[in-house]
Design a protein around this ligand. Structure first.
Ligand SMILES: [Zn+2]
Ligand SMILES: [Zn+2]
Length: 321
């Protein structure tokens, strides 16, 4: 077997292999001391690994994202450490109150045995979470306000691990946090949650690997980088309205609901030549704009700057010489 054959085969094997490793590591490490010392260490170890894959399996249409690194880092830190916690604090009490008063406490805080056999619960979480995220993501493309929030994620000009978490925190929370908060209320078996949730969380990050890694037949099941690149295509494929491949972790929802797109030409899987916002919006390097413009709050920044300037310099700005 030649070295080239091995390298080509590894393009297909690398994601499933890493998936198994990371899910196992996540399940085994839950609640261990490393989780306390380095919260979200596994998210960052996946991102780091994907960045290495990007160097190893160079992609022919890769576009440099280096000038946007500060924006990428800030957005990642906020969405990983702040968005989930804040959403949980706001949404959990509201959901708990609503369900307790309108649906009856028993229904919601069901004992885990009532929800069926263990593996049925694992499957129900996988199906339920991915189904919710698929439809939420579709809505985020269709609804004008939600699209305004989501469009910053689509302005990136390449899929790279570094821009996985680039998105307005409200956009991120609707797709990636809300359903997990709700799960906590339903009362699934904690072990079922422990097994099912890492699988969807780990997988969600893989789709943004910028390397030339392949999915093979797994493309029909998982949102591989090959599949997700078409979701980011600057040109929406013909016959589709807003985008294609809305799945966050499983692409079979796209197959079921007619939004799956991964064309073949001469037996070869095609990839879009250009990624970016379909309306031509430029990639936003200023994180504050990404955060505040869609909410109509960006005006506060120049105002604040003026106030701070006046406060620090009583004579005000000096004319240029
Ligand atoms: Zn999208
Ligand atoms: Zn994406």
């Amino acid at each position: 077997m030649s070295a080239k054959t091995v390298a080509d085969a590894s393009r297909f094997a690398i994601l499933p292999a890493l998936f198994a490793v990371f899910v196992a590591a996540r399940i085994l490490s839950r609640g261990s001391s490393i989780d306390h010392w380095l919260p979200e260490w596994w998210t960052f170890s996946i991102l780091g690994t994907l960045m290495m894959l990007e160097r190893f399996y160079a992609y022919k249409y890769a576009v440099s994202q280096r000038p946007l690194l500060a924006r990428d880092i800030l957005s990642t830190l906020i969405n990983v450490f702040v968005t989930g916690a804040v959403t949980g604090m706001i949404v959990f009490p509201v959901l708990a109150f609503f369900t307790e008063h309108f649906l009856g406490r028993k229904l919601v805080f069901a004992s885990s045995g009532q929800l069926g056999p263990f593996w049925v619960q694992v499957a129900a979480i996988l199906v339920g979470v991915s189904f919710f995220r698929y439809w939420m993501h579709r809505l985020q493309h269709k609804n004008e306000f939600l699209w305004k929030l989501h469009s910053y994620h689509h302005a990136v000009t390449d899929l790279q691990a570094s821009n996985t978490f680039v998105s307005n925190p409200i956009d991120f929370a609707l797709r990636n946090v809300l359903v997990f908060v709700a799960l906590g209320l339903i009362g699934f078996n904690p072990l079922a949650i422990l097994i099912a949730i890492p699988a969807v969380q780990v997988y969600g990050i893989f789709s943004h690997c910028g390397g030339d890694v392949r999915g093979g037949w797994l493309n029909y099941l998982f949102v591989t980088p090959e599949v997700h690149r078409w979701h980011h295509s600057a040109v929406v494929p013909e016959g589709h309205k807003y985008s294609v491949n809305y799945g966050v972790e499983f692409s079979f929802w796209d197959v079921v609901f007619g939004t799956y797109y991964l064309p073949l030409k001469d037996g070869q899987r095609q990839q879009p030549e250009r990624l970016g916002h379909p309306g031509g919006m430029a990639d936003e390097s200023n994180y504050l704009k990404l955060l505040l413009v869609p909410l109509g709050l960006y005006g506060i920044v120049p105002w604040l700057r003026r106030r701070l300037w006046i406060a620090s310099d009583p004579e005000g700005p000096q004319p240029a010489e």
